[in-house]
Ligand binder design. Structure first.
Ligand SMILES: [Zn+2]
Length: 410
């Protein structure tokens, strides 16, 4: 690896540490979409971009955007980046690595005084994790121009509407259309793998072939609350016992197919007292698969099984779909370009699918798009134990730089 790439990787790792200090919940890293800490992280990102002589700003949907001009002002730009929001108690590499690596690649070119034919647009999306608001990916949807205006009216757990959070952040909810990107040739995202495949095979990098589609549902089960001592078992309408049976039905259906995964990640019980039969339970369902049809079938089956349980137990079930995203097959020219770049730096191009969703799946609706994965320790992600090495970081920067240098808009 060239010495310049090594020093770039060192600086990138230091910046990842510095960005991790922007949290709403220290010492844990929690940087939810459009929060105070997200705002401060965005400002830091802009400051780093400006240090390298780039123009940078927050766009109307809350993305950070920066631009490195090319030699041909009329040519469409190559866009690269990832997200800077996090889950609760997050690791410091999910998203931030790809956003800051984009900056590093451009800094490497700028340091050598190099301009490519095409401009490079850097983006740091702000709404990838979908923790704060149920409808997610509003940043990339804004660039593509497919945001549903209703997304602005959704509220977080504290009752704050996305519209107000976006305004406070520095976005412009009344001008979402102005975030729509023009003059883009393609989009590429560098990201940690969030799975164990690359580490198991002893490889630093992987090239993503497809991204799983996902459906999210909100379930509310209403029975009747009652005294835990005075209500005989056969006269109860216990919302939690019904929900428990539903959770197991979801697991059973997901296990029936190798490509399908489904998770109940959150469950709220009311009134939540030791001596009261639960009267109401609310929980989430997240189902994913690499093909859309099996996922739709599974979601329909799950809904049917849950309704049957609700009827038998005489509880009411309300099931609402809060989110759905189709699977995305990465663009063949981008996959080929990334594979060539990885081969050019002396690594073996390993193709693999992505189990997690990414902004790339939205960007791919309008532009050729693809992803480069970096090995992470134990495949662990969405966890403070998330870890990558500086060596892998240098290899990833070399490959991404090579891709950018060789990129030709089709
Ligand atoms: Zn991510």
């Amino acid at each position: 690896m060239a010495a310049t790439t090594e020093s770039q990787a060192r600086r990138l790792m230091a910046r990842l540490d510095a960005l991790a200090a922007f949290t709403d919940d220290p010492p844990r890293l929690t940087r939810l979409c459009l929060s105070q800490s997200h705002r401060r992280a965005a400002e830091q990102f802009i400051a780093w971009a400006k240090e390298s002589g780039l123009s940078a700003h927050i766009d109307p949907v809350g993305n950070v955007r920066a631009r490195y001009e090319g030699r041909r002002p009329d040519a469409p730009a190559l866009m690269i980046g990832s997200h800077i929001d996090t889950v609760r108690d997050a690791g410091r590499y999910d998203g931030a690595l790809g956003a800051l690596a984009a900056l590093s690649v451009v800094e490497g070119l700028a340091a050598q005084g190099r301009r490519l034919d095409v401009a490079i647009e850097i983006v740091a999306f702000g709404d990838e994790e979908g923790v704060r608001f149920p409808r997610t990916l509003t940043g990339s949807r804004g660039l593509v121009g497919v945001n549903d205006p209703q997304a602005l009216e959704q509220k977080d757990a504290d009752g704050v509407a996305m519209r107000d959070a976006l305004k406070a952040f520095g976005g412009d909810p009344d001008r979402l259309g102005a975030a729509r990107a023009e003059g883009v040739a393609a989009f590429v995202e560098l990201h940690i793998e969030q799975g164990p495949v690359l580490e198991a095979e002893g490889r630093a990098l992987g090239i993503v072939t497809a991204i799983n589609g996902a459906t999210r549902l909100d379930a509310v089960v209403t029975g009747s609350a009652g005294h835990a001592g005075a209500s005989p078992m056969d006269l109860r309408r216990d919302a939690l016992a019904a929900a428990a049976e539903m959770v197991l039905a979801i697991e059973t259906r997901a296990r029936a197919e190798p490509e399908l995964v489904a998770t109940v990640g959150r469950l709220d019980v009311e009134p939540g007292a030791v001596n009261v039969i639960p009267g109401r339970v609310r929980f989430t369902i997240d189902a994913r698969a690499s093909l859309d049809e099996p996922r739709r079938c599974a979601v329909a089956d799950i809904a049917g099984a849950m309704q049957a349980i609700a009827r038998r137990r005489e509880v009411r079930l309300e099931l609402t779909q809060t989110y759905a995203e189709a699977a995305y097959i990465c663009h063949p020219t981008i996959v080929a370009g990334l594979a060539a770049a990885v081969a050019a730096i002396g690594a073996d191009p390993r193709l693999l699918p992505s189990g997690a969703g990414h902004d790339t799946m939205v960007m791919g609706q309008r532009w050729p798009a693809g992803m480069l994965f970096v090995r992470c320790k134990g495949g662990v992600s969405h966890n403070p134990a998330e870890s990558i090495t500086e060596d892998d970081c240098a290899i990833a920067l070399a490959a991404l730089t090579r891709f950018v240098e060789d990129f030709r808009p089709s």
